[in-house]
Write a protein that binds this ligand. Structure first.
Ligand SMILES: NC(=O)c1ccc[n+]([C@@H]2O[C@H](COP(=O)([O-])OP(=O)(O)OC[C@H]3O[C@@H](n4cnc5c(N)ncnc54)[C@H](OP(=O)(O)O)[C@@H]3O)[C@@H](O)[C@H]2O)c1
Length: 268
């Protein structure tokens, strides 16, 4: 299978590196058109990918074309490539935030298989949570193929397209919430006399260990919480304090408001 990337910046680049590292696709089967020539030269030298002179060469030589440019330039790139897409019919995979498969179809002006994906920033360390869905013209096997490729950068989740805003809140925005939580843990430790730098390292290890423990178990979060809380002990004291200060309600509200903001922004 030959892949084409239009854009190899933060996200396109992370996927390319993930694919090569995982051994799923060899570098000579990865075609790239990238406006930033320094970036493209780096990728060509370090990763051994194939730079293409233009969109036509890329699309003619790719079974799957990833659109990895910013949403603001997305429509003009679609305008430039639509003739080649119509002629070659590759599977088009878009990662553009806020651009639906329906609007991509409208930009193209014809029906063609499209998969929409939404990675998160942890793709950089191959630990993305990536959502995906397809339009009506794409087959189940197109979606299977896309999902198989995207597993190279982390976990994947097939969701309805109308859930993309919700997905973005819990996977795209949540890294910021988690950083805030880590900083708050360390701040508490600092208040109680620990060096902040060391406290941050400890808090980050505790958070990533707890996430891994949850992912590997079949238990409900509250079963794990109960396991850590000895009767009359320190943890239950802290858990009750978090409840008193409405920790869970604050997070539920943050997710809700992130989704509403996403929907408001994408209506414009
Ligand atoms: N970064 C994330 O965490 C994240 C998360 C979810 C989704 N996404 C989506 O991923 C897509 C890419 O975002 P990004 O963060 O990777 O952006 P980025 O780092 O700016 O990468 C885009 C790259 O494409 C290049 N480019 C611009 N116009 C081009 C064109 N016409 N032909 C070929 N290359 C072109 C840019 O070059 P110049 O810089 O020279 O313009 C840049 O190197 C966006 O649609 C975004 O919504 C990103």
């Amino acid at each position: 299978m030959r892949l084409g990337f239009i854009g190899a910046g933060n996200m396109g680049g992370a996927i390319i590196k993930g694919l090569i590292k995982s051994g799923k696709i060899s570098a000579e089967n990865i075609n790239v058109v990238e406006k930033n020539t320094a970036l493209l030269e780096g990728f060509t030298k370090e990763q051994g990918i194939c730079p293409c002179k233009d969109y036509e060469e890329l699309i003619k030589n790719s079974d799957i074309v990833f659109m990895a440019v910013k949403p603001v330039v997305f429509p003009s790139v679609i305008e430039d490539i639509k003739g080649y897409i119509r002629a070659e019919r590759p599977l088009l995979i878009s990662m553009a935030a806020g651009i639906t498969t329906e609007s991509i179809g409208e930009m193209l002006g014809f029906d063609t298989p499209i998969v929409r994906m939404m990675p998160n920033i942890n793709a950089e360390i191959l630990m993305s949570a990536t959502a995906l869905c397809k339009n009506a013209a794409a087959s189940d096997s197109d979606l299977d193929t896309a999902e198989d490729i995207l597993r190279a950068i982390g976990m994947t989740a097939r969701i309805d397209e109308n859930m993309f805003a919700v997905f973005s809140a819990i996977a795209g925005c949540s890294p910021a919430y988690v950083y805030l939580f880590i900083d708050s843990l360390a701040k508490g430790a600092q208040k109680m006399g620990m060096n902040k730098k060391q406290a941050l390292e400890i808090a980050a290890a505790a958070v990533s260990g707890s996430a891994a423990m949850f992912s590997r178990s079949d238990a409900h979060p509250w079963e794990l919480i109960d396991k850590v809380c000895s009767p009359g002990g320190t943890t239950i004291e802290g858990v009750c304090t978090l409840e008193e200060y409405k920790f869970q309600s604050a997070i539920v509200k943050a997710v809700e408001n992130s989704v509403l903001k996403d929907r408001a922004l994408n209506k414009k």
